[in-house]
Design a protein around this ligand. Sequence first.
Ligand code: URP
Ligand code: ZN
Ligand code: ZN
Length: 464
Amino acid sequence: MPTTLFRNGTVVTAERSFAADILVEGETIRDIAPTLPVEAAGRVIDASGMLLMPGGIDAHTHLDMPFGGTTSSDDFETGTRAAAFGGTTTLIDFAIQAKGTRMRDALDTWWKKADGRATIDYGLHMIVTDLGEAGLDDMDSMVADGVASFKLFMAYPGVLMVDDATIFQAMSRTAKNGALICLHAENGGVIDVIVRKALAEGKTTPIHHALTRPVTAEAEAVHRAIAMAEMAGAPVYIVHLSSEEALNQVREARDRGLPAFAETCPQYLLLSVEELARPGFEGAKYVFTPPLREKRHPPKLWEGLKQDHLQVVSTDHCPFCFEDQKSLGRDDFTKIPNGGPGIENRLQLLYHHGVNEGRLGLNRFVELVSTTPAKLFGLYPRKGALAVGSDADIVMWDPKADHVISSRTHHMRVDYSMFEGFAVKGNARLVMSRGDVLVENGLYHGRPGRGRFLKRAARGGAWN
Ligand code: URP
Ligand code: ZN
Ligand code: ZN
């Protein structure tokens, strides 16, 4: 079996940092010790000055997703390759149940999309749009297939939104089968009325996307989601949380001891609503939901990450090209496909703006980008850990590497970057997935199809 030895690195886990060597045998971590013999190793990698961290886990991506009259521009080949460049070795994408069909149909469709294309390992959440007759039983059968989480939408009426009865029924089922319900929490009905009024008043430009989706619509939905989960006796996970008021709802619930969890994304930590007012339709590059908020929100979200009111940073990577996809909404902001790219830049941005700028400790960084998503979504300790027996998903991180984020050099299949020109210090030098080196010194060695579907355990957000 091929063996690789990382020598003289600093191992960084969610719990601690320490000097050690790591021995990889085949797909697995075999040993971690202060000094391991080099003789037995097929390849020895000098990790002096480097951090050795568990591969990143992005729990929220949309590859090859039909949405807003088009399809997200990264598929499982290009998206997972870009993820690998940025140090992400596992992602959890979303299969979408089309109304009137079974969840199994959606699972088959998404397996086909990923099969032969993914270069890193992936799991799937199931987006439930219609419980119908068999939906609750179907949820159990999804769990048996390793789809241990479901996303429901409280927004996008007529497309993905479901009513409270559906959400409550689904939560009541996960209270029994152990899966985790993820919610896109915005009051879609209210937003729809505000949007129609704006359009009737001739307000059609990208900034109106943000102006028609108030913070209160998010906070109210987060409150309602948590209240329904409490009544159902189920844990709940709020996706892409964007505002202070929404965060307060999660914090209040956690203070009461409820199993409420939430993620935010780099765009909500680093950008603000002014981006949507850029001249010449450029604001469309920043049209996603929830929208970017005023500048008062990001510091609160950073503090929430530090204090564990927020547990995960994912990307909500949902790229649409500016030229021929975002342009669908040139005359009407509601026709701009909602979503933005970021799968490649999550670790770079969080490391630089979090660790380098003193907002997060190194171990908390690992916890947010890898260990907690693994625990919440039933992948731990196979993923999200550097431990004997875990998959050898290892990022050798160069804390001194300078990098300028740009669409000219990124690997995502999209013609712009939301973080164009952002200078970061700290980048992945080598990325290993189950013992295979996928990226080394900026060169790609991965292969489409080597990534495997991950059957995840339904632990309802429980830690172990
Ligand atoms: O605008 C977004 N966030 N697009 C992706 C779909 C979703 O709501 O997560
Ligand atoms: Zn969403
Ligand atoms: Zn999303």
